[in-house]
Design a protein around this ligand. Structure first.
Ligand code: DX5
Length: 231
């Protein structure tokens, strides 16, 4: 029985967007009721890929979105102010990239934005569980970070359930976010496990109609949440 979870929200990841027409795609998503998008920042060191800088956050803010910035970089606290200045609402760093997760969360919040903490698949969530009251978003990666279009790891659901229990027991207002390979087949499983922010890149932007895909994913996630809460 989920106690305090909110109805889940689908969060398109711009990593999978079509850069040649991303503005149109964002307008269509906004018109379909999407209010929150995720920007993946990769530095080629923490992950073997390079992606975006603060300008993509500026574009998403100009289009009226709430933006979470997922820093997959080795120096998250150094680059945080760049993304705060660009308009990020949440800045998420990886527990694997900081010596002290609690200090990192406090530092991000000190910039006046919400603070997120992410764990890779091989990283236990112990480092997350202990600092939840200082955390606005707990991100469970369901793929090895670095690339979109990978396959969802269902064996990460235990981390979501453990976070759900800890957050509900402490009556905290912390989002549980899942990122990686989320699609129409597995989104119900993630929502039922207790995730309330579901990042989807390819499942939205590789669809013929991304706005329709966004709506369908949201319906499935909320159905799963609803049925779980009736249990
Ligand atoms: C991995 C990225 C991806 C992306 C979502 O580092 O964080 O998980 O956001 O892409 P899909 O939904 O295509 O896996």
């Amino acid at each position: 029985m989920i106690v305090a979870a909110r109805a889940p929200v689908v969060v398109p990841s711009l990593l999978a967007g079509d850069l040649a027409r991303l503005g149109e795609q964002l307008d269509a998503l906004r018109a379909a009721g999407c209010a929150w998008v995720s920007v993946d920042v990769m530095d080629g060191h923490f992950v073997p890929n390079l992606s975006f800088g603060p300008d993509l956050v500026r574009l998403a803010k100009k289009k009226g979105f709430y933006v979470d910035t997922h820093l997959m970089v080795t120096n998250p606290l150094e680059v945080t102010p760049w993304f705060v200045e660009a308009g990020s609402d949440i800045v998420t760093c990886h527990v694997e990239a900081v010596p002290d997760a609690l200090a990192a969360l406090k530092k991000i919040r000190a910039f006046g934005v919400k603070a997120g903490l992410a764990v890779k698949p091989k990283t236990p969530i112990d480092g997350l569980i202990g600092v939840l009251e200082h955390c606005d978003l707990a991100l469970v990666m369901t793929v090895e970070p670095g690339f979109g279009g990978q396959t969802f790891m269902p064996d990460m659901m235990h981390k979501i359930a453990a976070l759900r229990r800890a957050i509900d027991a402490q009556h905290l207002n912390c989002w549980i976010q899942v990122d990686g390979g989320v699609n129409a087949v597995n989104i119900s499983q993630a929502a039922a496990a207790g995730a309330d922010s579901l990042v989807a890149g390819s499942a939205v932007f590789a669809a013929k109609d991304p706005a329709a895909a966004f709506r369908e994913l949201g319906l499935k996630a909320r159905d799963a949440f609803g049925s779980k809460n009736q249990a």
